[in-house]
Write a protein that binds this ligand. Structure first.
Ligand code: T46
Length: 136
């Protein structure tokens, strides 16, 4: 099964332009508790390099693009986020990296929990070790 779970957001455009509405339990499959956005990423800089123990997120590039890498300890896949109408669902215990940010990239992220640094696994070996004796 693919790690890349894309969500198409309906564009409610008219002749004035476009509009996308994101709502809990509509196009976003959870209660939204937090919204943040990543912008101004310097050329050549990659971000992420962590997993979350218990956090679901949907990420969408509302402007520009970046390449999202997802890894569940067995498979690693990547996808370009390059559309304001295409989100990616990132489940618990998935290692993520974001690469190749365009200068104008604004990556909007919706999360089902408040910020909690203790939820982060920032070491890849620790991430892999988590699965030892804890098979999904
Ligand atoms: C993720 C990817 C897609 C906060 O204080 N509150 C927040 O809600 C967040 C997300 C971050 N922070 C602080 C923690 C760090 O001092 O902001 C700083 C940068 O965070 P971080 O280095 O974790 O950022 P990224 O771009 O590596 O990762 C972020 C999210 O943290 C992460 O949950 O899944 O984007």
């Amino acid at each position: 099964m693919s790690l890349i779970n894309l969500i198409d957001f309906p564009s409610l455009g008219d002749d004035r332009g476009s509009l996308v509405a994101l709502e809990s339990h509509q196009s976003i499959p959870f209660d939204i508790k937090r919204v943040y956005y990543i912008f101004g990423t310097q050329k050549g800089v990659s971000r992420g390099f962590h997993a979350h123990q218990q956090l679901k997120q949907v990420a969408v590039c509302v402007t520009g693009r970046c390449r999202m890498v997802l890894d569940n300890g067995k498979q690693r896949e990547d996808v370009w986020l390059d559309s304001a109408t295409k989100g990616i669902l990132i489940e618990d215990m998935v290692w993520r990296e974001m690469h190749d940010f365009s200068e104008d990239c604004v990556l909007l992220v919706l999360a089902n929990e408040h910020y909690n640094e203790l939820d982060y696994i920032r070491d890849y070996d620790c991430f892999l070790n988590y699965f030892v004796g804890n098979e999904k």
